[in-house]
Design a protein around this ligand. Structure first.
Ligand code: ATP
Length: 331
């Protein structure tokens, strides 16, 4: 039996986790969930939102499914999400973005993948207060991390029959930092002559994405642009409720939705579990359970195609009702 770390998270985390665990169990796959709490709820008892036991659990099990965890603002704690990615060296954040059956959006031909660098850039959190009126934040870009993420993007393209990888930067302005990222991209691209290598500035990308997203295939971006652009691409296919993600390193992987803990709808049985469910489907593929992954995905697609949706997608179902529909559609 697979032993997998389950980080329940907070906000809507526990509700969507319960839904996904139920669906996987109903599909007939027994998983030994190693449940690990993290975030604001454990600070008082353990002194940190990300206790070492959580990291140890993921290191040991190699795979985790993670719901969003809120980072307390202004209490001196690093983001749990960022810290987890850094501590486990989950350097690649993979966010596939494809239209879902039954979810009508402005475009019906979106099929792209955002590959976001996960360990450096402005997310390194190297900031200093110069005086009360001035603060500095340092953008860190290294050749090693840039080449590693670009290689990941090209490898992904080869394995998934993609045709093009596009590097997204603002290298015309940040000539040294984004310039280095671009240089790394060009170096790596030489090893993949079968995949087209394209370059675009991030502002131009944003405009083109909302005009004609089918122009793009695999995008590779430094951390901050990746964060922003992947919310934009989530919007192209129906919003945060359906946007899946994964953080992948050489030793382990943590599957988690793009969205945050949505405190505004916490505890109201309104949250859409689709983003976490699709993340779990990718996780099942990653651990070699393709048959279960395909069955669950088919049940989800059937549910959405039947018009059974949560409120964020214009439907009226609660999280529980939606979960039950998906379970009924498992064949
Ligand atoms: P973070 O900074 O952690 O990404 P955030 O506050 O920017 O978090 P989210 O928590 O992702 O953003 O929520 C943004 C909006 O999307 C909220 O209005 C929230 O209710 C909605 N939302 C996010 N996830 C879901 C979901 N799974 N189902 C329904 N609505 C969601």
């Amino acid at each position: 039996m697979h032993r997998i770390t389950l980080i329940n998270g907070d906000g809507i985390g526990p509700e969507i986790c319960e839904s996904v665990v139920r669906i996987i169990k109903s599909a007939g796959l027994e998983i030994d969930w190693d449940i690990q709490t993290a975030g604001a709820d454990v600070i008082e008892s353990e002194g940190t939102p990300l206790p070492q036991r959580v990291l140890n659990s993921v290191k040991q099990n190699k795979v985790a499914l993670k719901a969003p965890v809120t980072t307390p603002i202004g209490k001196g704690f690093r983001s749990v999400n960022v810290a987890l990615r850094k501590e486990l060296d989950l350097y690649a954040n993979l966010r596939p973005c494809k239209n879902l059956p039954g979810v009508k959006t402005r475009f019906d031909n979106v099929d792209l993948v955002v590959v976001r660098e996960n360990t450096e850039d402005l997310y390194a959190g190297v900031e200093e207060q110069i005086n009360s009126d001035t603060a500095h934040s340092i953008k860190i870009i290294t050749r090693q991390a840039s080449e590693r993420i670009c290689k990941f993007a090209f490898d992904y393209a080869v394995k998934n029959n993609r045709h093009e990888v596009c590097a997204v930067t603002k290298a015309n302005i940040m000539k040294l930092s984004d310039g280095l990222f671009l240089e790394a991209f060009r170096t790596v691209a030489k090893d993949f002559p079968q995949i087209a290598a394209r370059e675009i500035l991030v502002d131009n990308l944003c405009m083109q994405l909302v005009q004609e997203p089918s122009r793009f295939d695999v995008l590779v971006l430094p951390n901050l642009y990746g964060d922003i652009v992947s919310d934009l691409t989530a919007g192209l296919i129906g919003g945060l409720g359906v946007a899946q993600g994964a953080n992948i390193g050489d030793d382990c992987a943590v599957f988690e939705p793009v969205h945050g803990s949505a405190p505004d709808i916490k505890g109201q049985n309104k949250a859409n579990p689709t983003a976490l469910l699709l993340s779990a489907v990718e996780m099942l593929k990653y651990i070699g359970e393709e048959t279960y992954a395909d069955r669950i995905e088919a049940a989800l697609f059937k549910t959405l195609s039947n018009g059974d949706k949560t409120q964020d997608l214009g439907g009226s179902l609660t999280t529980t009702e939606f979960t039950e529909k998906v379970i009924q559609n498992l064949v």
